[in-house]
Design a protein around this ligand. Structure first.
Ligand code: SF4
Ligand code: SF4
Ligand code: SF4
Length: 310
């Protein structure tokens, strides 16, 4: 391999593996990347256990175990530029929904009280300790570049890697999923919220106009809007848009309810109530980040308790 190539390490922490699959799933563009990048460590491609010195380090997944913490710190020590890659690394990701429960509740539910896997065995002694919280990577190490997405679309991965290997700052776009959605928002007299599996939505009209909760307007576009363009409501997997993150009192449910109530006959309070009932779904991807968790409007434990008390 040529010594003038940019050296790359990747490491996965607590995640589903999807971000690493996305990294090596650039189709023919992987050839362009390999022309200028030398992959030294990558759990899905190499059997490298140590952390070689590298210019770029890509971390996927969030910190949930002692292993994750150690691996993130080793990557920081040995890589010049660290990229938090994917929604798990940037915001904690889907398993951030675990924050709504204690470690004991999760372990008991998965290993002991689950009707299909009843056992007295729980693997605490065999694996690295589960930490108390799920946290994004930048709560443990400094991060140089954030690339949310679950996983980020190949278009954005290629764009960022190309910029970095050429010594440039990657371009960061701030559009929401709505920007790439072909549906049209229009005023309707829809008066009830529908579940995602209820009825057959019109293909051309915005889901919000039809009474379906879609998070496209409050979600960063790191995917080129595939879900709403293929008949599925956006569940916010790339994490919130900058306005939600940066303004303390702006929140997913308040933003969506205001927008949806303006284009339907559904009162904003009804939409807020509905989103709170499904808080673990609507907030899952980013609830582990302090930018959401510390908001004065973020009351997930209370919302869950209210629903359970019904
Ligand atoms: S961001 Fe999504 S695809 Fe990537 S590791 Fe997390 S859950 Fe998987
Ligand atoms: S809210 Fe959803 S359906 Fe409506 S325009 Fe945005 S992405 Fe499309
Ligand atoms: S449209 Fe929404 S749910 Fe679908 S991939 Fe994009 S951010 Fe994720």
């Amino acid at each position: 391999m040529s010594s003038d190539k940019v050296r790359l390490n990747t490491e996965w922490l607590c995640d589903c593996g999807g971000c690493h699959v996305a990294l090596v799933d650039l189709h023919e563009k992987i050839l362009n990347v390999l022309e200028s990048v030398e992959i030294l460590k990558c759990p899905v491609l190499t059997d490298e256990k140590s952390y070689p010195e590298a210019e770029i380090g890509i971390l996927t997944g969030s910190i949930r175990t002692e292993h994750d913490r150690h691996a993130a710190m080793e990557m920081r020590k040995h890589c010049k530029t660290i990229i938090a890659f994917g929604t798990c690394a940037v915001y904690g990701g889907l398993h951030g929904a675990g924050l709504a429960h204690s470690r004991e509740e999760i372990i008991n539910h998965v290993y002991r009280d689950n009707p299909t896997t009843i056992t007295d065995f729980a693997p605490q002694d065999e694996i690295d300790g589960l930490e108390k919280l799920v946290i994004p990577v930048d709560e443990v190490i400094d991060v140089d570049l954030y690339m949310p997405g679950c996983p980020p679309h190949a278009h954005f991965i290629f764009e960022a890697l190309s910029a970095l290997v050429n010594g440039k700052e990657p371009r960061v776009k701030h559009e929401s999923v709505c920007g790439g959605c072909d549906r049209t928002m229009k005023k309707t007299d829809v008066s009830e919220i529908k579940g995602s599996n209820e009825g057959i939505p019109d293909d051309d009209i915005c889901f919000l106009s039809q009474g379906y909760i879609c998070l496209g307007s409050v979600t960063l576009d790191r995917c080129l809007s595939p879900c709403p363009n293929h008949g599925i409501m956006c569940t916010g997997c790339a994490g919130p848009i900058m306005q939600i993150l940066s303004e303390p009192t702006r929140d997913l449910r308040t933003e969506v309810s205001e927008r949806m109530s303006r284009i339907t006959a559904i009162p904003a309070a009804t939409i807020v109530e509905s989103m709170e009932k499904s808080a673990k779904t609507h907030y899952a991807y980013a609830m582990a980040t302090k930018m959401i968790g510390n908001k004065p409007t973020f009351l997930i434990k209370k919302w869950i308790a209210d629903v359970e008390a019904m």
